[in-house]
Unconditional design. Structure first.
Length: 127
């Protein structure tokens, strides 16, 4: 399970999104679906600890957040914040099952692309 992640400036991400919405640009099949504005922003979400957590979830398949907390040695409050962040970026799915939540890792490996074709094209237009 590998995610393709792109990194480019916030301005270029905004322009790309608007161009897609207007129909002026159609993303190619191999382009990233998840974008970050910098490597620093990416590293804050996909830290070594969070990648290890995703891999643990994929291997152990915990049924609840409590079980994942026990497996990972992390406190539920900290774990909950991390999972919400990973969920907001599309790396985790949180499945509600009655009163409990089952965390599911959607990706365990990552390809990071910087300076995409679209970013280069936009940069040339701005220059």
């Amino acid at each position: 399970m590998k995610a393709l992640i792109g990194v480019m400036s916030e301005e270029l991400i905004r322009k790309r999104t608007l161009a897609i919405a207007k129909g002026d640009y159609k993303p190619e099949p191999g382009e990233p679906k998840v974008w970050f504005t910098s490597m620093i922003a990416l590293a804050q979400v996909l830290s070594n600890e969070n990648i290890a957590l995703l891999r643990l979830m994929d291997k152990q398949k915990p049924a609840t957040l409590t079980e994942l907390a026990d497996l990972s040695g992390r406190k539920i409050s900290n774990l909950s914040v991390t999972l919400k962040t990973l969920n907001s970026h599309g790396f985790v799915r949180l499945e509600k099952d009655g009163r409990s939540v089952r965390p599911v890792a959607l990706f365990t490996d990552f390809d990071i692309q910087v300076n995409q074709k679209y970013a280069t094209m936009q940069a040339q237009e701005v220059a």
